[in-house]
Design a protein around this ligand. Structure first.
Ligand SMILES: *Cc1c(COP(=O)(O)O)cnc(C)c1O
Length: 290
């Protein structure tokens, strides 16, 4: 399948050696790395002739919207176990419109996903288990293709990480092609050191992997006025939307490191825009306050 994800030069302040791979443009609903992750999962679903995608996520999960949209387009049923008490928000509205069935699940039961799958759908031969965020070897394979699409070399590639599956795919792609590119990962959760272990589940050679664990802004989906200010300026100056959960923190980190002269003068830097822009809708109040 042909996709549209150009590499564009960023025009923001002094960041003119930064390029962006626009995976956010692949699709408005199956966006960015969620498209990459689902690609080979959906191939496997089709191969195994399954008709019902069953997956897991929080109430603002980009993965749920992506899975719902992908299922609808492929003529598949979709069910999601949604972590926490019943809520109504923009993301879940889209899931419902795409025909996904939502099962709100308390945090304790949510922990054992395999158990949930078996107890609800153990007898459904059409059902196909997709882990939270799509995490799987198939997802890693899909994300590695970001590297094979590149037509020039970069000294640095920057990526935001939640689970680290996408980072694992990028590292796999870099290692497979024997590139000297250094992969720099911005965990968006507090205590992001665990990303290294996640990546090592899929890839042995971690020598080109670097984590920057100080750009979480208080934790997952947490923001500060400084981050929100940065995002507003960035979006207005570049015309490129970023979101507060992932790519806002990613571009802040690149900007901050550049200010601190972290990069060589001639370094070529590529940031992967992983999409997820619908997440902005859940944070309206924060932006209106800035
Ligand atoms: C899910 C998501 C990520 C995190 O991907 P992982 O593979 O879990 O690290 C990054 N950016 C966006 C926009 C996402 O939706």
């Amino acid at each position: 399948m042909q996709i549209y994800s150009p590499v564009q030069q960023l025009n923001f302040n002094s960041l003119n050696s930064v390029y962006v791979k626009r995976d956010d443009l692949i699709d408005p609903y199956i966006s960015g790395n969620k498209w990459r992750k689902l690609k080979y999962i959906l191939q496997d679903v089709s191969l195994k002739e399954k008709k019902h995608l069953v997956t897991f996520g929080g109430a603002y999960s980009n993965h749920l919207v992506a899975t719902a949209a992908a299922a609808a387009r492929a003529g598949l049923k979709a069910t999601a176990f949604v972590r926490g008490e019943q809520v109504e928000n923009e993301m879940l509205l889209l899931c419902k419109l795409f025909g996904m069935q939502l099962i709100f699940t308390d945090r304790e039961s949510y922990k054992d996903k395999q158990q949930l799958f078996t107890s609800y759908f153990g007898n459904d031969e059409q059902a196909y288990f997709i882990d939270e965020g799509g995490a799987s070897a198939a997802a890693v394979k899909g994300c590695a293709e970001i590297i094979t699409e590149l037509t020039e070399n970069f000294d640095y590639i920057f990526i935001a990480a939640g689970t680290g599956t996408t980072a694992a795919g990028l590292l796999k792609g870099i290692n497979q092609q024997k590139l000297s590119t250094q992969l720099h990962v911005i965990p968006v959760l507090k205590g992001g050191g665990f990303i290294k272990e996640e990546v090592s589940q899929y890839e042995n050679d971690l020598s080109n992997l670097h984590l920057h664990t100080d750009y979480h802004f208080g934790g997952y989906a947490k923001t500060t006025p400084e981050l929100l200010h940065f995002m507003k300026t960035f979006i207005a100056e570049t015309g490129m939307l970023i979101d507060p959960v992932y790519t806002g923190k990613l571009f802040f980190a690149i900007y901050d490191l550049a200010l601190k002269n972290y990069f060589n003068k001639d370094a070529k830097i590529l940031a992967i825009h992983t999409g997820g822009l619908l997440g902005i809708l859940g944070m309206k109040e924060r932006f209106f306050k800035i």
